[in-house]
Design a protein around this ligand. Structure first.
Ligand code: ADP
Ligand code: MN
Ligand code: MN
Ligand code: MN
Length: 336
């Protein structure tokens, strides 16, 4: 037994998009199960989760991973925000997903989330000339070479950190706009994918700090003829992955079409700047699904058609979406 550093991470009440917060607690370790991690608290009046005269809010640990930055027995702890009496706070979107995940557990939903993001140093995307623009888009997607990709060291460090932490990261790639990148989490169940996506976001910000770089999840970080940043959400149920699954995928697409607005409502702020119908998107006002179609709201991957089973890709969620809300909405629409 000895002292370890536990980094308590939570989601604040910032509107329209919540931000990550964290602080360190020294606890007795090593820790092998959640029940060994104590509840904690914070000043909710500084995170838009309380007013000053009644400001205590609770941090309720929900999952933890080994801390890949501090190493040793140190840990990162993901928390739900609650009131001191245990009541779920309004800004806590995770609690609802726990219920929905339980309700439809028999359908064995899997999610794979493609998190796009953009590095900035100061006011410009990383690698862009100060106050100016680089060459037009074209060579940068999955590019190689110092004139085409910017920030690879950070991306490599982040990917390694995710693996060390046991996060189910499934890949990374340089994106269409220079300075923009993507990592994917999954396929995993709804709780795992969303807790791990939030932890992976925290690791990205934290590791980029070391390089004096910040990562933004804004869906349209540069106006004009530049790609936005999304969080394509790949989804399947057991029935979709089994023989005859293609019909179940198509049926899900039809259900999604009937609830377009309800989905857009939780797919991220400023998403209308990104979903214009240009730059590999479908307009926010339209709903379309199609095979291999990167201009559709929902893309059915070619492999799913060929094998007659598989998954669908919801291309609408923006990079700054809350995975707790997106996973809950997808399960409500498709699993019910
Ligand atoms: P894209 O071709 O759209 O760039 P990516 O390879 O970036 O696709 O991401 C696809 C994601 O879908 C990965 O995270 C992958 O793990 C996930 N995925 C694969 N199969 C399934 C499935 N059956 N259900 C849900 N997600 C899946
Ligand atoms: Mn991708
Ligand atoms: Mn992408
Ligand atoms: Mn995609």
């Amino acid at each position: 037994m000895g002292k370890i550093k536990a980094e308590y991470i939570w989601i604040d009440g910032h509107r329209p998009t919540s931000k990550l917060r964290s602080k360190t607690k020294i606890i007795e370790g090593p820790v092998s199960e959640l029940s060994q991690i104590p509840e904690w608290g914070f000043d909710g009046s500084s995170t838009m989760q309380a007013v000053g005269h009644d400001s205590d809010r609770s941090l309720h640990p929900v999952t933890f991973v080994m801390d890949p930055i501090r190493g040793g027995d140190h840990i990162l702890v993901m928390n739900e925000v609650r009131y001191p009496d245990g009541k779920v706070h309004e800004t806590n979107k995770r609690a609802k997903l726990v219920e929905i995940a339980k309700k439809y557990a028999d359908q064995e939903a899997w999610f794979g989330i493609e998190q796009e993001y953009t590095f900035f140093r100061g006011r410009s995307p990383l690698g862009w000339p100060d106050g100016g623009y680089p060459a037009p888009q074209g060579p940068f997607y999955c590019g190689v070479g110092a004139d085409e990709v910017f920030g690879r060291d950070i991306v490599e460090d982040h990917m390694e950190a995710c693996l060390l932490a046991g996060i189910n990261i499934s890949g990374v790639n340089a994106e269409v706009m220079p300075g923009q990148w993507e990592f994917q989490i999954g396929p995993s169940g709804p709780m795992e994918v969303s807790d791990q996506l939030w932890l992976a976001r925290w690791l990205l910000y934290r590791i980029a700090e070391e390089y004096d770089v910040n990562a933004t999840l804004h869906p349209k970080p540069v106006k004009g003829d530049w790609n936005g940043a999304g969080a394509h959400t790949n989804f399947s149920t057991k029935a979709m992955r089994e023989e005859g699954g293609y019909a179940v995928v198509e049926d899900a697409c039809k259900k999604l079409g009937a609830h377009h607005e309800a989905h857009i409502a939780v797919y991220g702020a400023h998403n209308e700047e990104r979903l214009t119908g240009l730059h590999e998107t479908c307009s926010i006002h339209d709903f379309r699904y199609g095979v291999s179609d990167r201009g559709a709201s929902i893309r059915i991957p070619l492999a799913t058609v060929k094998e007659g089973k598989g998954y669908l890709e919801d291309r609408r969620p923006s990079a700054n979406m809350d995975p707790y809300e997106v996973c809950a909405r997808l399960m409500e629409t498709i699993c019910s």
